[in-house]
Design a protein around this ligand. Structure first.
Ligand code: FES
Length: 207
């Protein structure tokens, strides 16, 4: 029986694999065949998020593109046929995405899981609400809750202008001053969806 090659896109470039091993995961292929090592091998069982990438698929019924943050360590390579994958290297290659990554660097929280989950959220919804953020980072709830126990309530309840930060910082500094130390807001550009890698037109026609 004639076999067809596996075709998908990674960071805007077409990948054609004629002899995919059914046992390969997407993570293995990204790291060992494409040499994209920004997606990390952590737990290998979907728990840590270190391998997170964004997968986009065209839905012919709704004629919309759906973007999802997925764990590459659990994703069989062959299952990505006809889809587009963006890794952390992909968002670093465009100006806007770079700003996302810089923002996370500035907050000392730069892991592929956080960055790619935020990126997938922005690709689906360039102006997310606080509720959207909560939903998108549900998988990181224990981390967010853990940080809450270390920081002042005001910071997380949106009362930053009146609040004092936790004792880990100088208690004489208010939250705005601490935020100034962490990052300079003027360095970040507003999110511009038009600066993103486009979904490959080929995948809207043949798959
Ligand atoms: Fe931990 Fe994939 S390596 S979720």
């Amino acid at each position: 029986m004639e076999s067809r090659p596996l075709i998908f896109y990674v960071n805007g470039k077409k990948v054609v694999e004629n002899t995919p091993n059914p046992e390969w995961t997407l993570l293995y292929y990204l790291r060992h065949h494409l040499r994209l090592v920004g997606s990390k091998e952590g737990c290998g069982e979907g728990g840590c998020g270190a391998c997170t990438v964004m997968q986009s698929r065209f839905d012919p019924e709704t004629r919309k593109i759906h973007n999802m943050a997925i764990n590459a360590c659990l994703t069989p390579l062959c299952s990505v046929h006809g889809s587009a994958v963006i890794t952390v290297e992909g968002i670093g290659s465009v100006r806007q995405g770079k700003d996302c990554q810089v923002a996370w660097d500035a907050m000392w929280a730069c892991t592929p899981g956080f960055v790619m989950s935020m990126y997938a959220l922005l690709r689906n919804n360039p102006k997310p609400t606080e509720h959207d953020m909560e939903e998108a980072f549900q998988g990181y709830r224990p981390i967010l809750d853990g940080f809450r126990t270390l920081c002042c309530k005001d910071l997380f309840q949106g009362n930053g202008t009146a609040g004092k930060c936790c004792e880990a910082y100088d208690t004489n500094e208010n939250v705005e001053e601490v935020a100034d130390i962490l990052f300079d807001e003027s360095e970040f550009l507003p999110y511009d969806p038009t600066a993103e890698i486009i979904f490959p037109p080929e995948l809207q026609v043949n798959f």
